[in-house]
Each structure stands twice: as C-alpha cells, then as structure tokens.
Design a protein around this ligand. Structure first.
Ligand code: FAD
Length: 484
C-alpha cells in the first residue's frame, strides 16, 4: 500500500516539519529517536519519523498527510506496550506527549475530561485531592497514559473489583483516518443512542482512530476501612483453592494477586522487601463491609489451606507487600537476560489446573517460569525466562509461550487478558476465534477496520490486519517500576 519512493518520504517529512516545527520532528540519528524504535518488551521497528504534535488540529493534519502519502501512522503514549503494538517500520510515530492536560474534573457529574497523554497516576493525584479516584491501575500506571491505556484496554490491580478501562470510558474525541475529528459517545452515565463506538475503540490498539481526548467516569474514594492481607501457602493448588473459596463466599476483594516463591525471594533479595517467603502467597485487599472484617477473611483463608495469614499492621507494611508485587519485573530481570511475559486469562474455576499446568511446563522444558499476577480475575502472568542470544533457548521459550496460549484457548480462556494482541498474539488470537465459534468474527472485524481506515494507514500489520506478521521481541526494556 505504500508509495515508498524517496521523494515521497522527503516530501512528507518536510510538510510535517513545516506544521509542527523542525524541533518537534525526530529522524534517524536524532538523540532520542531510538526510544521510539521499541516497546518495553523489546519489539523493534525503525519508523520514518517521530512527530510531536501540539494539539488536535496538528494531529488531524498529520493523519491527512499520512493518508495522502499512504504512510502508516502509529499513535504512541508512553510506549509501555508489551506486544509490539506501538512500533512501526517506515511509518510516522505520532508521539502524543504534548497533549497532556486535565481539562476538567466534574465533581457533580463524576466525570474527568482529559487530553490523551495524561499519565494515569497524575490524574489520580489530582483526583485524590478532590476525594475521587479513577480505578484502572495497570502496574505501569506511573508512566501509562490515558490514550495508551484506552487503546490497550488495560486492566490492573483493582480490576478484580472495578473492571478494566472499558468500564470507565464514557466518550472519546477522535481523529479519524481521513483527518476529520469526531466525538464518540456522550459524557453521561446513561446513553442508549446508537452503536457504542467509543467502546469499540477501547482495546483497538490505535487501528481505528487517534484518541485526542477522553471523558472518563470517576468515583468518590471509598471511605470504608481497607484491610491488607498476605496469605502464605505451601502449595499453588491450595492458593488456587482459596481463590475459589473467596469467590464462592461472594466476597469481592479490591486486589487479589498471586506471587510464587521466586517472586517472594526475589523481592527480599532485589527490593529489600520484608515480605515473608513461602511456596506462594496471595496478596489481598478488602474493603470492610458488614460481616467482612480482617478476622473473618483471615479465618476463611486459613480454612482454605493457608499456612499463615498476616494482616498488615501499618501502611508501610501494606506498601512493602504491594511494592514487592508491583516490582516483580525487576526480580525477573535479575534472573535472566530476557523474559517473555504471558498474559492469557482463564476462567477462574480453571485457575488451580492452570497453575499446575505452568509447574508441569517448567519441569518439562527445564525452564524457570516465575509467576505473579492478577489471580482474582484469572489473569496471572508467567514470565518465561530465556536468553535471546541463544537460539535454542529462544525457541524453547516460544514453544512454551505457544503451549500456554493453546492451553488457555482449550479451557475456554483468552490469549490476552489485558496486554492486547499487537504483533505478538496475532496467530493465537485467530486460533482462539476459530475454536470458540468465531470463524465469522475476523472477517467482520476486518470490515469494521476497513470502514474506519479504508487505506489501512492506522497501525497496519497488527491485530486483525491481513498483512499481519509477528515481530519477535529482541530483549527486555522494562522501566524501573514494573510488572503487569
Ligand atoms: C512494567 C509494565 C507493567 C505493565 N502492567 C500492566 C498491567 O498491569 N495491566 C495492563 O493492562 N497492562 C500493563 N502493561 C502494559 C502497558 O503498560 C499498559 O497497557 C498501558 O496502559 C499502555 O499505556 P501507554 O501509554 O504506554 O501506551 P503505548 O504503549 O504508547 O500504546 C499502546 C497502544 O495504544 C495505542 N495508542 C497510544 N496512544 C493512543 C492514542 N492517543 N490514540 C490511539 N491509539 C493510541 C498505541 O498505538 C498502541 O497500540 C504493563 C507494561 C509494563 C512495561
């Protein structure tokens, strides 16, 4: 689809420079250009240029130019994608970092109106002062942007109680592939007018439009007491059974995370954490309600096979436990030069079986697979350790990755719970559709893509694209507060 002549490229670069200023266009060789050639799982591609627009009008003109020059265009928030969704070979990387204003916080309608590149933690800092919060909190929330999180359909620690980004997006302002600007949805708690196009864009990985603003639902901070518990287990099976019991008791924790021995010992070693070590642990936060207090939850966990339950006695202790979980990626980095992060999700009643399967895989291939993740919604993240410089090790890791995806499909799960499809999961996403009665779904999705983006300029080669190809991650570039 590309008019790829040198003249065409030079012409495009010159027009974009004229529009946003030479200082806001980065070309190969520029100091920071390399940062835009990869995501945080190490997927790499070299773009034609990086453009840093100042406002939505400039975004619209750049998209129009990309359309005229038949050049791919990929919006970028913080670039913390883990699936190769935010890199582009030969295209324009649209760095949205200058669109970073909180436009309005409406404490009556409970709506935050923001530009796309507001960082999630920055939004919550402002909301906190007003007694509100925005629940979706990916482990990367200290860098992840609203636009990136919307387009990834991100989840996080609190998803088990509060859901994912999709549950909190009311309306979007979007630049379409022809350069026109539209509002999708209404900033209202109820709205039944028309197809839900704003939610269609959630999780669309920049393939349907460029989000420039969002209206997000916010809620008052709960004023109930939150109990922070750490339950230790001598087997993964017991931990899995405890989760089943919590569900069966109709209890809704606000955080329910799994950590294996490797994660616990690593946190003590690498992070100076005081978290105790066991075969595995569940980290649980529960808001106090009638009949649910620290004692009743502890009793339930002990009755479910926990060898010890620690109720955090201070905020510092609770923060130490959460930090141990949140910085898991640093522990992984200390164990191996490279790691493939899995993101499959399984039905919660299959979690025990899934955890057992991971143990079996680890011994079958003699590969360490440390595990931590969002156990409360069936989305734990095995990290398959490998060495990118050793072809046999890389091949083994890919084989394990594939087995995990196929396992999830087989038990009625999904190949991605939150990180998305990008370039990484294209093949397995298709297998999932084929095996879950969705043969007609991919053609339908492609038709939707065709309507939004007839020239195929928006993030091509990913997701549902015909020309899709898998890029291999070449290394790990995780930042310094990590993991999913
Ligand atoms: C250490 C670590 C921990 C993580 N933990 C989690 C986790 O707990 N849960 C989770 O869901 N994810 C997690 N992730 C993945 C990722 O960080 C999040 O999904 C995050 O929300 C992505 O935000 P971003 O701003 O970095 O987006 P980017 O990586 O910049 O972009 C992601 C996708 O959105 C598109 N995009 C970005 N901005 C726009 C826009 N304005 N308009 C249209 N498309 C756009 C991009 O093209 C790309 O397809 C983690 C990643 C890391 C490195």
């Amino acid at each position: 689809m590309r008019k790829n002549s040198q003249n065409n490229r030079a012409n495009l670069i010159s027009k974009v420079k004229q529009l946003v200023g030479t200082e806001n266009v980065l070309l190969a060789g520029a100091e920071k250009f390399e940062e835009y050639c990869k995501d945080m799982a190490g997927y790499e591609a070299i773009p034609l240029m990086v453009a840093q627009p100042q406002n939505e009008q400039q975004v619209a003109v750049i998209v129009k130019l990309a359309s005229q020059h038949l050049t791919p265009i990929v919006a970028r928030g913080a670039g913390s994608s883990l699936v190769g969704a935010v890199v582009s070979a030969g295209g324009i990387i649209l760095d949205m970092q200058r669109l970073n204003k909180i436009i309005k916080v409406d404490t009556v309608n409970w709506v935050a109106h923001v530009q796309c590149n507001v960082v999630l933690d920055d939004l919550n800092d402002v909301l906190d002062k007003l007694g509100f919060f925005f629940p979706p909190d990916p482990a990367s929330s200290f860098i992840a942007t609203v636009g990136g999180a919307i387009n990834t359909g991100a989840g996080g620690f609190r998803s088990v109680k509060y859901g994912t980004m999709r549950d909190w997006v009311l309306a979007l302002r979007v630049v379409l592939s022809n350069g026109s600007i539209v509002n999708l949805g209404e900033p209202l708690l109820k709205n039944r007018a028309g197809y839900n196009l704003s939610h269609l864009l959630v999780g669309s990985e920049g393939t349907l439009g460029i989000v420039v603003e969002a209206w997000l639902r916010i809620i008052p901070k709960p004023n109930t007491k939150v109990h922070h518990l750490l339950a230790l287990f001598s087997s993964w099976e017991d931990a899995g059974k405890a989760i089943r019991k919590i569900r069966a008791q109709k209890m809704i924790p606000r955080l329910l995370e799994f950590m294996d021995r490797e994660a616990l010992t690593g946190a003590r070693r690498e992070l100076n954490s005081k978290i105790p070590v066991a075969e595995c642990a569940l980290l649980i936060d529960v808001e106090e309600t009638e009949g649910t207090d620290a004692k009743s939850i502890s009793n339930l966990l002990l009755a479910s096979g926990s060898s010890k339950v620690i109720v955090a006695r201070s905020t510092a202790q609770a923060e130490d436990f959460l930090r141990a979980r949140a910085l898991f990626r640093l522990v992984v980095n200390s164990l191996s030069p490279n790691a493939l992060t899995e993101d499959v999700v399984v039905p919660i009643d299959r979690l025990v079986e899934y955890l057992t399967f991971l143990k079996e895989l680890s011994s079958k291939y003699s590969v360490k697979i440390p595990v931590a993740g969002h156990a409360g919604d069936g989305n734990v993240h095995p990290h398959i350790l490998y060495d990118a410089n050793d072809p046999a090790s890389k091949k083994r890791a890919e084989r394990i990755f594939e087995e995990i995806c196929r396992y999830a499909i087989k038990v009625g799960g999904s190949v991605t719970g939150e990180h998305g499809v990008g370039a990484q999961k294209i093949r397995y996403f298709r297998e999932q559709l084929a095996q879950h009665g969705g043969e007609e779904v991919l053609p339908l999705m492609r038709k939707i893509k065709q309507v939004f983006d007839p020239k195929g300029i928006l993030n091509p080669g990913k997701y549902v694209d015909r020309e899709a190809r898998s890029l291999s991650p070449v290394g790990s570039t995780a930042p310094h507060r990590s993991t999913s």
